[in-house]
Design a protein around this ligand. Structure first.
Ligand code: USQ
Length: 396
């Protein structure tokens, strides 16, 4: 297949590009380095240095013999998106090109506006490029479990049957996100659903939980091919942060009571899920929604697991309860369905102590690069950030 990966420089985009190229697909990655730029602005650089896309693609080709075409440009600019589609005529597109940080989206007006404009414009431009230039193209869109929030009822896989005053219909499951970033994903879903039912587009919305890990078959070829591994408060996801904190001897930063439950998955399973979605295209006029996670844990459970893995690795790991910088339920009901991807053939990599210990071992090799200043949360949902939280660098 000819596949375009939007946001191909990201934590998930780059490993996805290598996976599809390794499987023999024609792969084009597009990215404008927005995440790298925000990382510099907020002093949130990843643990290991990541070569730029051209360098990574060259290295990957040397090691695997597989080519990845690189296009540097802004998906929020329709001229760029239109050129991608007219030039490459993709059969599938994977859309990761979004500002993915909840804390960044809550920093202040400029950051919120940038998140809103980038995420919605990229999705809107993608929809129009497909509608006008590649109508049969299967859009695989990364949504997030956070769109649903934490309702006091079971979360279904995208849709819910409602009976009201003796009549029945099926609707998108109610969404009530906990950050502006997550809310942009809710708005994306509404846009996609409108254009699916109006113009017969084919869309899979992957509602993904927080991802952890730094290893995939292809990333393991060479350290320089690793995904960008963040442990800071802006881009670092919970498990990755805890692993680095454990290695650095910093008490694990549990926010609030730690009863917040989410659905987690290994980076290797993200690769599988996206591949399974692409291998089973949806018919025209259908929005398929799949909840993408393999296990649910509370923050406290994860802290205990990382502590246990630390014991095995002879690290003394302490746990701290910080005042929660976010506005979220710290104790709640959580029971989301997630059978769709298992039915398509997903074989989960579960989070065992051995898996966590293995990842700690990878982090240990880079422990000299850990900057403790990147760990404490700087963004409070209800307050402006500290004046020195943002390191200003000129716009690119
Ligand atoms: N948390 C802590 N301590 C920390 C960091 C986070 O207790 O040091 C808590 C948060 O308060 C939250 C939970 O851990 O309750 C998960 O936080 P996270 O930062 O791992 O995840 P989140 O901000 O929700 O966002 C991440 C990705 C985002 C993706 C989302 C999936 O950054 O792009 O969409 O996970 S989900 O959470 O299911 O919406």
């Amino acid at each position: 297949m000819r596949i375009i990966i939007l946001g191909g420089d990201g934590y998930l985009g780059w490993p996805t590009a290598m996976r599809f190229a390794a499987r023999g697909h024609e792969v084009v990655v597009a990215d404008n380095y927005l995440r790298r730029h925000i990382a510099m602005e907020t002093s949130s650089e990843a643990l290991m240095p990541n070569p730029n896309l051209q360098e990574r693609a060259r290295l990957f080709e040397t090691l695997s013999g597989r080519r990845i075409q690189v296009e540097i440009g802004d998906c929020a600019d329709y001229r760029f998106m239109e050129r991608l589609f007219t030039e490459y005529r993709p059969e599938a597109v994977v859309h990761y090109a979004e500002q993915p940080s909840a804390p960044y989206s809550m920093m202040g007006y400029e950051q919120a506006r940038r998140t809103l404009e980038n995420n919605l414009n990229a999705t809107f431009n993608l929809i129009w490029a497909v509608k006008d230039h590649a109508r049969d193209c299967h859009i695989v869109k990364l949504g997030t479990m956070g769109e649903y929030g934490t309702p006091n009822i079971d979360i279904e896989e995208g849709w819910i049957d409602i009976e009201h005053k003796g009549r029945k219909d099926t609707f998108l499951f109610p969404r009530q996100a906990g950050s502006l970033y997550h809310t942009t994903k809710v708005l994306d879903t509404d846009l996609l659903w409108f254009y699916v039912r109006t113009y017969g587009l084919r869309v899979t919305d992957l509602m993904q939980g927080p991802v952890y890990g730094l290893s995939t078959e292809e990333a393991d070829l060479d350290e320089r091919l690793m995904p960008n591994f963040h442990y800071d408060d802006i881009f670092g996801t919970l498990v990755n942060r805890f692993l680095v904190q454990a290695v650095a001897g910093i008490p694990l930063t549990v926010y609030g009571k730690g009863g917040q439950v989410r659905g987690y998955l290994n980076l290797k399973d993200t690769m599988q899920c996206v591949e399974l979605a692409l291998d089973s295209p949806v018919p025209a006029g259908k929005l398929r929604v799949l909840n993408q996670f393999t296990e649910t844990f509370s923050v406290n459970e994860l802290a205990a697991r990382v502590q246990e893995a630390g014991r095995e690795a002879r690290l003394h790991v302490e746990i701290a309860h910080l005042d929660n910088p976010r506005k979220e339920a710290e104790e709640h009901y959580y029971n989301p369905a997630h059978s769709g991807l298992l039915e398509l053939g997903l074989k989960p990599h579960y989070m065992t102590t051995a898996v966590l210990e293995g990842m700690m071992g990878q982090v240990v090799r880079h422990r000299d690069r850990i900057d403790p200043a990147k760990i404490p949360p700087r963004v409070r949902w209800k307050e402006a950030p500290a004046p020195d939280a943002l390191v200003q660098v000129p716009a690119v």
